[in-house]
Design a protein around this ligand. Structure first.
Ligand code: NAD
Length: 266
């Protein structure tokens, strides 16, 4: 089975590192032109775009803070200037500011919610507006447009010491499902991916050394995930092979959300 995203344009927020970079590479390998959004450091995003272009693909690196309305609107306008259309949004940007709730500053609460939840709303809103403006193009895709929200197993699993992060991802779940309910009739597909523990910069302290052994106790499948585990699913979910998948969350977590603490009778 061959997946082609030929003629499609994908925008990946936070695309210069980790899951976003892997998704951008995989989408480009499947034939999509890719916009690699970065927040503050252009160099890694530009290097990734250059690598994709050197491999015969199409890519551009564009800066924007996804929590800022004006910058998101500029990002989508620049996407159109570069590639003329948008078919796929991977709303991937996210961060953690960890603290016990009693010690958590309002600034750290707001920062996480601003990027992880409001940023997803702002990007989804701009994508929806663009999809509707473009209309249906069955020669390009069976859907008018596709949105994939990057959530987390912590949209489901409570996470002590990370209340801001878990609340933001719980919010992403109902944001995604509400939008999906709203725009399905327009043939716009909206879904989430909920990764478990995937080896990237966001969790480097827990995915190596002794900490990795502890982490593995939480993963029935017995290994930490790699960015490609998520990127492969992104490509499938964005493609017409997943045309009837709408309003759902795909957990890519080696079974982390299966309450593994109950393996030995609880
Ligand atoms: P990462 O730190 O490599 O990637 C996060 C990206 O978001 C970075 O590129 C960063 O520049 C970008 N970003 C941060 N603030 C931004 C802003 N204001 N505007 C635009 N971009 C911004 O980590 P990652 O693991 O690749 O995380 C990607 C997504 O996957 C996040 O939403 C994260 O919550 C989610 N996730 C990751 C894991 C994991 O195990 N790695 C698990 C569950 C969920």
């Amino acid at each position: 089975m061959h997946i082609s995203l030929h003629k499609q344009v994908a925008l990946v927020t936070g695309g210069s590192s980790g899951l976003g970079a892997a998704a951008a590479q995989a989408l480009a390998a499947a034939g999509a032109a890719v916009v690699i959004n970065y927040h503050s450091q252009p160099e890694p995003a530009q290097a990734l775009a250059a690598q994709i272009i050197a491999q015969g693909g199409q890519a551009v690196a564009l800066g924007a803070d996804v929590s800022r309305e004006d910058q998101v609107e500029r990002l989508f306008a620049q996407t159109l200037e570069h590639f003329g259309r948008l078919d796929i949004l991977i709303a991937n940007s996210g961060l953690q500011k960890d603290a016990a709730t009693v010690d958590m500053s309002l600034a750290d609460w707001n920062k996480v919610v601003d990027v992880n939840l409001t940023g997803q709303f702002l990007c989804a809103r701009s994508a929806l507006r663009q999809f509707v403006a473009q209309g249906m193009h069955p020669d390009i895709s069976r859907a008018m447009g596709k949105i994939i929200h990057m959530s987390s197993v912590h949209q489901l699993i409570p996470w002590a010491g990370h209340a801001n992060y878990a609340a933001s991802k719980g919010g992403v779940d109902l944001l995604m499902r509400s939008i999906a309910q709203e725009v399905g009739e327009q043939k716009i597909r909206v879904n989430s991916i909920a990764p478990g523990a995937i080896r990237t910069a966001i969790n480097a302290d827990t995915t190596s050394g002794d900490a990795e052994d502890k982490l593995l106790q939480l993963i029935p499948y017995g290994r930490v995930g790699e960015a490609d585990d998520v990127a492969n699913a992104v490509v499938w979910l964005a493609s017409d092979l997943a045309d009837y998948v709408h309003g759902t969350t795909l957990f890519i977590d080696g079974g982390m959300s299966l309450y593994p603490g109950f393996r030995d009778n609880g």
